[in-house]
Design a protein. Structure first.
Length: 329
């Protein structure tokens, strides 16, 4: 009998890569997505497989899946500042109500559940690099609050289900991750730079560009998540790449990589944009025997190749996805 895994947010960036990984590992995959920010294009190659099933469902409503489930990976949520500013209420609901429904489902099915948390729980961090014992510096009512607080609540309710109901839980704090299948108009810096390079436009650096990020290639991220799910460690674990760079230096790298001679232009820094971010992955190294392997240069080349390989129609779709109508739901 194959093990069965439910993946929420399955048509999104990380969700779709998780679907690929679990299919490759020989699991039966139940993929769920409401397709607000996700795109079926990311998983359409899996539809022909007998071990892949797709449910078009909004997990903030009661979630029903027939039969047994062994594992649940909860990856449904808008995850870029632009996205959660467009649909703030849905962002809060999926992290809170959606997580509650999935924890209830995990309890009913006696399944192990891994939830996707984020480096945003650390907010604009006053401690550098960020280790799991740092409590964070979050503006609850700022533009990022809808995401940050939903994710903090998510961790809290997950631990409550663990301690009160004995649920088998895992919490991944995911730091900036990039790679194929990111959406070009999600506002994050890597797809933004990729789109600008493809169109021959100037690269937009926000603020003075001295703020830092540490970018993890998607294959490394998926490996870390897989190991965490299969481990026995229940407290939060940072999964990310500690290779830190300023956004300005990163923009210069992208100009070199894409060889398209764009200029760098400066735009205002969004409110509450964290000044620095770098994961301390000591814990992941110790409990998962994991660390990222992909150099930024290699990962960025693969990512650029992916975007360059999209057809006109795919590019248009990736650049113009509009989900503002969901604000009425
Ligand atoms: N950023 C930028 N230009 C862009 C998009 C983003 O300079 O066109 C900056 C943004 O202000 C932030 C960093 O790049 O400091 C990373 O932004 P992203 O939205 O990718 O993720 P975050 O880590 O802020 O959630």
């Amino acid at each position: 009998m194959k093990k069965k895994v439910l993946i929420t947010g399955a048509a999104g960036f990380l969700g779709s890569h998780l679907c690929d990984r679990f299919i490759a590992e020989g699991f039966e995959v139940i993929a769920m997505d409401n397709l607000i920010t996700g795109d079926l294009k990311n998983i359409e190659h899996l539809f022909q497989l007998k071990d892949f099933h797709f449910y078009h469902h909004d997990i903030t409503k009661f979630v029903h899946v027939p039969g047994d489930i062994d594992y649940i990976l909860h990856f449904a949520s808008p995850a870029s500042p632009i996205d959660y500013l467009k649909i703030p209420i849905q962002t809060l609901k999926v992290g809170s109500l959606g997580t509650h429904n999935l924890l209830g489902l995990a309890k009913e099915k006696k399944a192990r559940i891994l939830i996707a948390s984020t480096s945003e729980v650390y907010g604009d961090p006053l401690v550098h690099p960020q280790s799991e014992d740092y409590y964070g510096n979050v503006n609850t009512i700022g533009p990022r609050g809808v995401y940050d607080e939903a994710k903090r609540f998510q961790e809290s309710i997950t631990m409550a289900y663990h301690t009160f109901h004995g649920l088998d839980t895992r919490i991944a704090r995911i730091f900036n991750t990039y790679g194929p299948r990111m959406r070009l108009n999600d506002g994050r810096v890597i797809p933004a730079f990729m789109g600008q390079a493809l169109r021959g436009e100037d690269l937009t650096v926000f603020g003075d560009g001295l703020q830092t990020r540490s970018f993890c290639y998607v294959d490394d991220q998926i490996e870390g998540l897989y190991r965490l799910l299969m481990s026995n460690y229940v407290l939060p674990v940072n999964i990310g790449n500690p290779d830190e760079i300023s956004i300005l230096d990163f923009a210069k790298e992208v100009v070199k990589l894409t060889n398209s001679h764009q200029k760098i232009v400066y735009k205002p820094l969004p409110q509450d944009d964290p000044l620095q971010r770098q994961p301390d992955i000591t814990l992941a190294k110790k409990v998962l025997n994991w660390e990222p392997k992909t150099l930024r240069e290699v990962g960025m080349k693969k990512t650029y190749q992916y975007f360059k390989g999209l057809t006109e129609e795919e590019l248009y779709r990736s650049e113009h996805k509009d989900f503002t109508a969901h604000n009425r739901l």
